[in-house]
Write a protein that binds this ligand. Structure first.
Ligand SMILES: *Cc1c(COP(=O)(O)O)cnc(C)c1O
Length: 430
């Protein structure tokens, strides 16, 4: 199997960022997420540089939902990243990580008044998803004696090649305002006393392994930009969202690079803004591409069972990595202690959760796993820990950061006390 440069095999053992994964599993226990922070910053630099080679005013906003660990967000903040935030929690985390409010965009199709008030208070721009929300934000900003700067989330009504659960720009999606209604929305925004429209925003979906859909959505965006500009809006930014996929099947998936992405999108963007006579910042919101390949999930084999298949029962399941169960996602798996040995059988890696669907990897060729081995699930850095749960009353595992041969905890493991910490037993009074 092809491995990216931050994953290496030495003395048959898998190393991430120069650190032996089997030793990490011994030292910190399993299950364990391990993240190479240098890979995260390297990915950020590659993404930014690919776009900046075409246009100077590029802002990369990390989609914070992909990985909510402060150490990861801090590493990106130090590189100059902003963030696409989807909740008050993500907004606060981004600010705590050192990101400037003007580099954030508060997104979401269902924001509460309190959410809107927080964005106004912190001076974070809002991507508005409906006219109802627009008028609520106008009122909230008015109460605070401020002006809220906004973009509208455009629904470009595009079919994209990805799993239907992560296609967000379909005509039928819950996200955004249909492209044909968007001008009316800007007109209404201009009439609001405490709103200033300054951008337009879209995001067509996730794990897209072709660049052509991004060029099509950029076309919709510059068309909208032209109409909005003609209406008298001064556009400070065009935000074309995230969604570039990563090759989870290392040997067979296409692996479009940020340079490929930029080559598809930038000519459309540059021609479009020239025709509008404007020079807005270009904002992009990669999540998965920045962090996906930076992490492995290490999980220990509890037992091996020969049934209609051979099951390798491990100590991590969809409580810690839900993508296979939720999206039928594929992750490469390796036996970390014998990473370069030839396969001698076909194995299904199953988690400890009481659900039939708790399978991390189906029918994989591996060198015979046995109890005590460490299995590494690759490319677990995006929507991995971030989507974990305490299902089956399992405390979440620890997360370790590695960097150039060093390692340190970036989140301790939860304990059963963490699981019960917020619980109360009602003491009913008659
Ligand atoms: C999830 C999301 C992203 C990031 O998507 P990736 O596929 O991880 O790049 C960007 N923008 C918005 C609005 C999102 O909801």
């Amino acid at each position: 199997m092809k491995l990216p440069s931050h994953l290496t095999v030495r003395d048959s053992r898998l190393h991430l960022g120069g650190v032996d994964c089997v030793s990490l599993a011994e030292e910190y226990g399993t299950p364990l997420y391990v993240t190479d922070l240098d890979r995260v910053t390297g990915n950020f630099r590659r993404f930014h540089a690919a776009l900046a080679a075409h246009y100077p005013d590029v802002q990369v906003l990390f989609a914070a939902k992909a990985n909510g660990n402060l150490a990861v967000i801090r590493a990106l903040a130090a590189e100059g990243a902003g963030a696409d935030v989807f909740s008050p929690g993500e907004l606060e985390l981004a600010i705590r990580a050192g990101m400037k409010p003007e580099r954030l965009l508060f997104n979401g199709s269902s924001k509460s008044r309190a959410d809107l008030a927080l964005a106004v208070e912190k001076g974070v721009r809002v991507s508005v998803d409906s006219l109802d929300e627009l008028h609520q934000l106008d009122a909230v900003a008015g109460e605070a004696g401020k002006t809220a700067e906004i973009a509208f989330r455009v629904n470009p009504a595009l079919e994209v090649p990805t799993h239907p659960k992560i296609a967000t720009g379909l005509a039928t999606s819950k996200f955004g305002i249909p492209a044909q209604e968007i001008i009316g929305a800007y007109r209404e925004a201009l009439a609001c006393e405490h709103i200033e429209p300054v951008g337009i925003h879209c995001h067509i979906g996730s794990q897209i392994l072709e660049v052509e859909p991004f060029a099509r959505s950029a076309e919709v965006m510059v068309r909208v930009a032209k109409e909005v500009t003609d209406l008298g809006v001064h556009l400070e930014f065009l935000d074309i969202g995230g969604g570039l996929g990563i090759p989870y099947h290392h040997d067979t998936d296409p692996a479009p690079t940020p340079a490929d992405y930029a080559a598809a999108v930038m000519p459309v963007f540059l021609k479009g803004i020239r025709e509008c006579g404007i020079d807005p910042a270009l904002w992009v919101e990669p999540g998965r591409w920045l962090v996906g390949d930076s992490s492995v999930l290490l999980t220990r084999v509890n037992s091996v069972k020969k049934a209609h298949k051979t099951f390798v029962n491990v100590d991590a399941g969809f409580n810690l990595l839900i993508r296979p169960a939720m999206y039928d996602s594929y992750h490469e798996v390796l036996v970390a202690d014998r990473a370069d040995l030839p396969a001698d059988g076909t194995y299904t890696v199953a988690g400890p959760i009481c659900e039939t669907g708790d399978i991390l990897a189906h029918d994989r060729a591996l060198p015979t796993p046995k109890a005590g081995d460490v299995i590494a699930v690759l490319d677990a850095g995006a929507y991995g820990y971030a989507m974990s749960s305490q299902y089956n009353s399992r405390p979440r595992c620890a997360e370790v950061a590695v960097s150039n041969g060093k390692h340190a905890l970036m989140r301790r493991a939860e304990t059963l006390d963490d699981v019960t910490a917020a619980m109360e037993t009602p003491a009913w009074k008659e």
